[in-house]
Every structure is written in C-alpha cells, then in structure tokens.
Design a protein around this ligand. Structure first.
Ligand code: GTP
Ligand code: MG
Length: 282
C-alpha cells in the first residue's frame, strides 16, 4: 500500500458558511447538530462548539440503520457522559417528531422555566440544524416539514428572508441548515469521511479508499469480509482484495480488473452489503 497521504480540502465558501452560521445562530435558542452514527467523532463539526458558545445543543446521530447498534449504544453513553443530549435516528424511516419536541424542551428547560418565572408565556423554541456535508440535514428538515423545504437561492443581491418550519406550537426549525466542514485531524478521519461520502470522490482515489477500508476491516472486523465474500483474509489488504476479485470474477483479459474491484468494494461498503459497521471503535 502506498504511503498514506494527508487529505487537505478547504473549500472556498467555508468562510461564508461560517458567517452565515453566526448570523443564524443569533436567532435560535439551540442547535441540532447532526453527525453520522457510523463515525460520530470524524463527522463532528470542529468549529461548532466555539460558534454556539453557551447555547444548548442536541446531538443527532443519523443513519442509525447503517451503524452497528452495539457501538451506537456506546457512543450515546459516551456523548451523554460529556453532558450532551443525544438521539440516534434513521432519518428516513423513523418517526421522530415527538421525540424531538420532547428532547428540545428538556435541553431548553432552564430557558422555559425562566420565562415562566417572569410570567411570560413561553414562546416557541427555535432551533437550527447543522452538520458537515452528507450527514442528513436536508433529509431531516424535509421529513419534518413533510415537504421539500425551500432551498434559498444563492443569487447575489437578493435579501434572503429566514424561513421557519413550525413543528408544533412550541418548536420551530430554521429551514436552511448550516454546513461547516469537518476537521481532518488525521489521515484516518479523512479516509473515513471519504469512505462514507462526506468528501467528494475526486479527492481520494477509489484504490486508496478500498485499500484503507480493507485494512481497517482486517484489523477490526474481518468477519465482515469473510462472511460477505466467502473468503479468508490474506496477509495484506491488496491480497485480500485480489481474493475477492477472484471469487467475484472481476477478471479482464486474464488479469484482475482492479478498477472494477476497488469501485465495487467501496460501493458495497457504502450500501452496507458488508453489514452495519461503525468505523470508530469506542
Ligand atoms: N440509510 C440512511 N440514509 C440517510 C439517513 N439520513 C440521510 N440519509 C441519506 O444520506 C444522503 C445525504 O442526505 P442529505 O439529507 O442530502 O444530507 P445533507 O446533510 O443535507 O447533505 P449536504 O446538503 O450535502 O450538506 C441521502 O442519500 C439521504 O437519503 C438515514 O438516517 N439513514
Ligand atoms: Mg442538504
């Protein structure tokens, strides 16, 4: 395997996204931070804590259906032990509106109490959704809004009015999610983000991803490979992948069709053909 490289990717609109996020944050009582349940640490938004300051935060672990349930439990306990309110969800299939309203009231309880003490009728709580690319922000908003929430046009000179989605008399969501980028603290984080789709495929090659994923699975979950492909792992990721190619018949003109092999291995991981896997062991 070639030398691991550090993945560097800082899109130009990051500063703009941050500014927008700061503006929107002023208008909400709390933040719903979506992370991918398969990589709860790597899919974290490093700037968020600094940006939200003292505002309460609800961590939503998305794609629960694609993560290993044993590790999802462990991650929830860990994040809760750090003082967070956490929900793990399948954002597509679960019906989570009531759970969400309940959790929102819990994390904003002191604010609600304060208003009551002052004799003010508590107004609807306001939240904004944020997270790194591809974690499920739009899926979440659209499913709660029961419609395709309006996408704000990115045209210069147009003042965008904020749109709110009323979920109940006591909870409103800002319909534009905040996107911030993950921090590639180390090479592993970058590979995991790319493997699960939060970094564009052009940044890392399929060969790199397949080799990385195969090595990780050989170290942490070899049965996923062995059971899925009906092979025994070999001593290196490349040899193991070649074994898969032979088994699958990814052969072209007498040699292994590496392109097909690497692409299909990564696609099958993304499609959960190797089972529900959490790529961060806790
Ligand atoms: N299986 C599964 N897929 C999900 C879940 N949530 C979202 N997805 C899928 O993940 C992909 C990304 O979802 P989006 O809602 O577009 O993510 P996003 O955070 O809005 O992404 P950006 O707009 O690129 O920042 C889509 O293909 C969704 O269908 C989930 O809980 N389970
Ligand atoms: Mg989106």
């Amino acid at each position: 395997m070639e030398q691991k490289k550090i993945i560097q990717w800082y899109p130009g609109h990051m500063a703009k996204a941050r500014r927008q996020m700061e503006e929107n944050l002023k208008k909400v009582d709390f933040v719903i931070e979506i992370r991918d349940a398969r990589i709860p640490q790597a899919s974290k938004n490093p700037m968020l804590s600094e940006l939200i300051g003292q505002k309460p935060r609800l961590i939503l672990l998305s794609k629960k259906d694609k993560a290993d349930p044993v590790y999802t439990k462990k991650w929830i306990s860990y994040l809760e032990s750090q003082g967070n309110k956490v929900l793990a969800l399948d954002l597509i299939k679960d019906n989570y509106k009531n759970q969400l309203i309940q959790a929102s009231k819990e994390i904003c309880s002191s604010f609600i109490e304060k208003q009551k003490r002052r004799g003010i009728k508590p107004r609807a709580l306001r939240a904004m959704v944020c997270g790194i690319p591809n974690v499920g922000k739009s899926t979440f908003i659209n499913s709660l809004a029961k419609r395709k929430a309006a996408q704000t046009a990115d045209r210069p000179g147009v003042t965008k009015s904020l749109q709110w989605i009323k979920l109940a008399s006591d909870l409103e969501l800002l319909d534009t999610p905040g996107v911030l980028w993950p921090k590639f603290e180390d090479t592993d984080t970058g590979y995991k983000l790319a493997l699960l789709g939060s970094i564009k495929d052009e940044i890392v090659t399929m060969d790199e991803l397949a080799l990385y994923a195969c090595q990780w699975l050989m170290e942490h979950k070899k049965e996923a490979i062995e059971n899925t492909y009906g092979i025994s792992i070999l001593s290196t990721p490349y040899e193991t992948l070649c074994e898969i190619a032979n088994k699958r018949g990814y052969i072209s003109k007498g040699t292994i069709d590496e392109n097909r092999l690497m692409h299909s291995f990564v696609r099958e991981i993304r499609d959960n053909k190797l089972g529900a896997i959490t790529w961060e062991i806790i």
